[in-house]
Design a protein around this ligand. Structure first.
Ligand code: FAD
Length: 448
């Protein structure tokens, strides 16, 4: 569907996609396929490039889902319409985040922007979405269905300069909005009950924090000659631990998990016959590691192995010990037991040189705070979908893709899709997002 092939209808249909990550791009392809005469698809992306979350934060990490789960018929059609090769995406190969962008998302995005009706605005951060002439508290589905959306954005200046009032502008008269902004803009805290540990905020704000603190997955060899603590028990934490083990000069790794390790001694549930082999291998490696490397005695000294797993950890203080002689500072973690009645209690103090916090991310709800979007009190995903997922199987791969009913919010024609639709849950897979994109595009064909 190149520029010459588009055929704008006289009735204007303007759809905005917030975020040009994998699912934002898939939404654009699905709209092109299901509504070939749509007048405008506006994609608004905060980063310098498409998929900037993956590009900036985990280009080196290998996906555990293979090509066949991460690509769509609609995007292949976009590639073919542009005269590009759309073969080779069906296999079981798992590429890295960076390769996935270079070999698939980027070519699809380039083909999309050649279409007359597609606009991609990079360095454009969405601040807020509102309904023209209606406040959040104004009830009445019919009135809300008729009102158009306005989208307040801020243009991110080049060269890392701060955004100012003069950079703000508004997209008006939008018929439907698909919020695909992911969850990367906000991180979860590692302190008690999900609060920041005392000192945690300061750690991330310190001007030199990059030399002793990260919330990302370190690359192999990136951390050199240090004692490292990794906090978290998700797939990201396990990947960090694996990369640190493979980093030759790392001295010691303390893997701290909130959960109490059950009698099974398993930190991860290995799914029987898991079709995602890389995920299964990661879980097996992690379980083997925690069973082989119990926590050290007393203050953490006397470790024989490079890795120690310390479960039942609630971190109450993260204290930065500034260096006086120009060397890098150290961090002292003060740890209480999550379950004080458990058999094993964690060490109380731990000194490390580098801290990796992989305790999850959360969606930015402020974007739709002026709309009637009902979010789940537990996950912060949209309520209808969250309720459907509650009863779903633990394996994100085998979860039935919820139909359009679970994607509708009380706000007509406003959708939360992709990673953000799962809120704080880490069970989201691109496969699900691709199906969401197709379902919403088909629905909008009847609505706008
Ligand atoms: C280490 C790691 C490995 C993973 N491996 C897999 C895997 O193997 N398979 C799988 O299916 N999933 C995997 N995931 C989950 C994965 O993140 C998602 O499947 C995928 O990135 C979701 O795409 P998305 O488009 O919903 O969100 P994102 O990739 O987060 O994209 C959101 C986009 O929105 C932009 N944005 C954010 N806020 C704004 C704003 N206010 N205004 C404008 N733009 C904004 C961001 O810059 C970004 O480009 C992994 C996640 C991590 C962290």
């Amino acid at each position: 569907m190149t520029k010459s092939m588009t055929n704008a209808d006289t009735h204007t249909q303007r759809v905005a996609i917030l975020g040009a990550g994998p699912i934002g791009i898939e939404c654009a392809s699905a709209l092109q396929r299901s509504l070939p005469n749509i007048s405008e698809i506006i994609i608004l992306e905060a980063g310098d490039t498409i998929a900037s979350n993956i590009r900036q934060n985990w280009p080196h990490v290998r996906l555990f889902s293979p090509w066949k789960y991460n690509t769509s018929t609609s995007s292949r059609e976009v590639l073919r319409s542009d005269g590009q090769d759309a073969e080779g995406y069906d296999g079981d190969k798992c590429v890295t985040g960076g390769e996935y962008i270079d070999q698939y998302l980027e070519p699809v995005a380039k083909a999309l922007v050649k279409c007359d009706n597609v606009q991609l605005h990079l360095r454009t951060r969405v601040v807020s979405v509102g309904r023209s002439g209606l406040l959040k508290r104004d009830m009445g589905k019919e009135a809300r269905s008729k009102g158009k959306f306005n989208i307040l954005c801020t243009r991110i200046p080049l060269g890392g300069k701060k955004e100012s009032v003069g950079d703000e502008f508004c997209f008006r008269d939008v018929d439907a909005v698909l919020d695909c902004t992911g969850t990367r803009s906000d991180y979860s805290w590692f302190g008690e009950g999900g609060m920041p540990a005392i000192g945690e905020k300061q750690l991330s704000r310190d001007k030199d924090s990059g030399s002793f603190f990260t919330r990302l997955i370190p690359q192999v060899g990136e951390v050199k000659g240090k004692r490292v603590a990794v906090i978290g028990s998700g797939y990201s934490a396990a990947t960090s631990v694996r990369n640190l083990i493979d980093s030759p000069t790392v001295q010691q790794i303390y893997w701290l998990t909130r959960r109490v390790l059950g009698k099974s001694g398993q930190l991860y549930r290995v799914l029987e016959g898991d079709a995602l082999q890389n995920r299964a291998a990661l879980c097996e490696m992690a379980n083997e590691l925690v069973s082989r490397n119990p926590e050290p005695e007393g203050d953490g000294s006397g470790m024989e192995n490079k890795v120690a797993h310390i479960d039942n950890c609630t971190i109450t203080y993260a204290t930065l010990n500034e260096s006086t002689n120009g060397s890098t500072p150290t961090i002292t973690l003060t740890i209480d037991a999550t379950d004080p009645t458990a058999e094993r209690l964690p060490v109380h103090k731990l000194d490390v040189d580098y801290l990796v916090s992989n305790v999850g991310m959360r969606p930015d709800l402020s974007i739709h705070s002026e709309l009637q979007v009902h979010t789940c009190y537990a996950t912060e995903g949209p309520m209808a979908l969250a309720a459907t997922l509650l009863g779903a199987s633990g394996d994100c791969l085998t979860q039935a893709t919820p139909g359009i009913d679970s994607l509708l919010t009380p706000e007509p024609n406003f959708f939360v899709l992709g990673n953000k639709s799962y809120g704080r849950s880490s069970a989201f897979l691109m496969r699900v997002g691709i199906e969401q994109a197709e379902a919403v595009a088909l629905y909008l064909r009847e609505q706008i």
